[in-house]
Design a protein around this ligand. Structure first.
Ligand SMILES: Cc1cc2nc3c(=O)[nH]c(=O)nc-3n(C[C@H](O)[C@H](O)[C@H](O)COP(=O)(O)O)c2cc1C
Length: 146
């Protein structure tokens, strides 16, 4: 049987309670262990009580996990920003990459995103461009693979 198509989902959601660094570490540790056995990769961003996650892998696995995550009471209001078929992974080395996003400086350094606002645009092409920029930003910013 041929390999299943590579599928990617990007969603946003809101934490039901603020996540502490320990909460995030626990979530990442568990997710990375599970994702590595399911052949899933991606990234997670958390800032100001909001999550953005990219999940990529075999289509069925990604779809099932998205529905599992949707039911997780630690967050709510999951909104799918993008679903697409990939030729190759954007995060091949990350079972779940994570970058903390600090409080922005007065003048953010070049390439630094201090807002997610354009991700929530009602114009799909704006959302897609914002997701692409975020992906590039993450890969550029994250020197390590986890
Ligand atoms: C924002 C967020 C992101 C998550 N990302 C993942 C993930 O990438 N992989 C994963 O297995 N679980 C993830 N989870 C956890 C799942 O919702 C669920 O708790 C977990 O898959 C259940 O694992 P278990 O069957 O070992 O108890 C995430 C949860 C939240 C709130």
């Amino acid at each position: 049987m041929p390999d299943q198509a590579l599928h990617s989902v990007v969603y946003s959601s809101t934490a039901t309670k603020p996540f502490s660094p320990v909460d995030l570490q626990d979530l990442l540790k568990h997710s990375r262990q599970k994702n590595s056995t399911s052949n899933l990769t991606g990234m997670l961003l958390y800032r100001g009580g909001r999550f953005i996650q990219v999940l990529e892998g075999p289509e069925d696995v990604v779809r099932d996990l998205v529905e599992t995550i949707r039911l997780d009471s630690r967050h709510t209001g999951m909104r799918i920003l993008l679903r697409e078929t990939l030729q190759q992974r954007n995060f091949p080395s990350w079972t779940m990459g994570y970058e903390p996003i600090g409080v922005p400086a007065d003048t953010p350094p070049e390439g630094y995103r201090d807002t997610f606002d354009d991700l929530y645009s009602s114009d799909t092409s704006v959302t897609i461009r914002a997701v692409r920029e975020l992906t590039t930003w993450f890969r550029h910013r994250s020197g390590r693979a986890t």
